[in-house]
Design a protein around this ligand. Structure first.
Ligand code: ADP
Ligand code: MG
Length: 367
């Protein structure tokens, strides 16, 4: 296990009497790529500001390599922040923007030059060295901002929704570029995003937050395959979440029927949330399924069709390559490994039914 670089211990922050971060604990290892993921307003930026030193917690401690740094001011921390707004100096060219921090540190001209070139190589912008920053595209400006931050040799780079202003195609390119910069430099990256795909594809560790609390910490595969509660299951990808009862180990009941599953360790006959991902359900003839329902909508999504099925008033989402039509009666085949059991939580029955589903609604909830 790599040593800890940033540790947050029972951090509490309130604004105007409202608690924004509740007893937040987080331990980030040297060289790790960590992503804070959660809906707008859940406290991601506030957490970054605590780490950067722009904000002092009212309770709790911040450690850097095991040393308490609560009272160390921002400019003395070995941490640099990149924001969504690039905040470049508009009157300076690319070279001078990247050189800025080095000039403040009174480095020699030759040292500055070699560092600036090294950093611009890292972000593939050497050809733009003399350009006016205002003449660059959004993606290029963000790369200048990254080069400028890296020139200061930070031990930790904080990135607050750095790709949020870019269009989808460019954002994908910048995601792989950020990953490769992370690999080349070995610096610890802490990224903030509300985009679950971005979090899953880029990080070693994902920290899922909601309402000022951490809901789950883990590698992307665990977060997707083993969500801890209905909030995480719903926020990460699409999920059908139905109430169930755990009969015994490997046996769960929902819709009045018993299903085999791979989960164990729950109290016998306890209420649970049952998660089934849309891509894990097989569409079969009604009589061959575990349950059956009537299709209420079919949306072509390119790789697959997204089907909404009414099963006794609860709407399921299925992703399938089968062609089906609205009004068809189908069976849903749910194999043991398609089922994931979670403890009930305050989020139970709030999420996981696609009754109110439409793309507009989805956009509202996730952006
Ligand atoms: N300086 C501030 N004063 C008052 N409220 C704030 C301040 N900063 C953040 N908040 C509130 O704290 C909550 C979390 O904010 P933030 O950390 O920016 O969320 P996120 O980055 O996850 O969208 C929000 O409700 C926000 O309105
Ligand atoms: Mg924010």
């Amino acid at each position: 296990m790599k040593p800890s670089i940033i540790k947050l211990e029972k951090i509490q922050v309130s604004f105007n009497g409202e608690i924004i971060l509740k007893e937040l604990n987080l331990d980030i290892k040297e060289g790790e790529f960590v992503t804070l993921l959660g809906p707008s307003g859940c406290g991601k930026t506030t957490t970054l500001r605590i780490i950067a030193g722009f904000l002092t917690p009212e309770k709790g401690n911040v450690f850097f390599k095991g040393k308490k740094i609560n009272d160390v001011p921002a400019h003395k921390r070995e941490v640099n922040t990149i924001f969504q707004k690039y905040a470049l100096f508009p009157h300076l060219n690319v070279y001078e923007n990247v050189a800025f921090g080095l000039r403040v540190q009174k480095k020699s001209e030759s040292e500055i030059k070699s560092k600036v070139i090294e950093m611009l190589k890292m972000v593939n912008l050497v050809a733009y060295i003399d350009r006016d920053v205002n003449s660059l595209s959004g993606g290029q400006q963000q790369r200048v901002a990254i080069a400028r931050a890296l020139a200061n040799n930070p031990k930790v780079l904080l990135l607050d929704e750095p790709l949020g202003a870019l269009d989808l195609k460019l954002r994908k390119d910048m995601q792989s570029e950020l990953k490769s910069i992370h690999q080349k430099t070995g610096i610890t990256f802490i990224l903030v995003t509300h985009d679950q795909e971005e979090a899953l594809s880029m990080s070693d560790t994902v920290v899922v937050m909601d309402k000022g609390s951490i809901q789950q910490i883990g590698p992307p595969e665990d977060i997707y395959n083993e969500p801890k509660n209905a909030f995480v299951a719903d926020f990460i990808g699409e999920s059908n979440i139905v109430p169930g009862v755990m009969i015994e180990d490997y046996k769960v009941k929902f819709y009045g029927k018993e299903f085999k599953c791979l989960d164990k360790g729950f109290e016998k006959m306890s209420c649970v949330d049952v998660v089934i991902r849309p891509e894990d359900i097989k569409v079969v003839p009604p009589e061959s399924g575990n349950i059956s329902g009537v299709i209420t909508s079919v949306t072509f999504k390119g790789v697959h069709n997204e089907i909404i099925v009414d099963v006794e008033g609860f709407k399921w989402m299925i992703q399938t390559t089968e062609n089906q039509e609205e009004g068809n009666k189908i069976g849903l085949l749910i194999r043991p490994d398609a089922i994931h059991i979670m403890k009930t939580s305050s989020y139970s029955s709030e999420v996981g039914d696609y009754s109110a589903f439409s793309d507009e609604f989805y956009e509202e909830q996730h952006h």
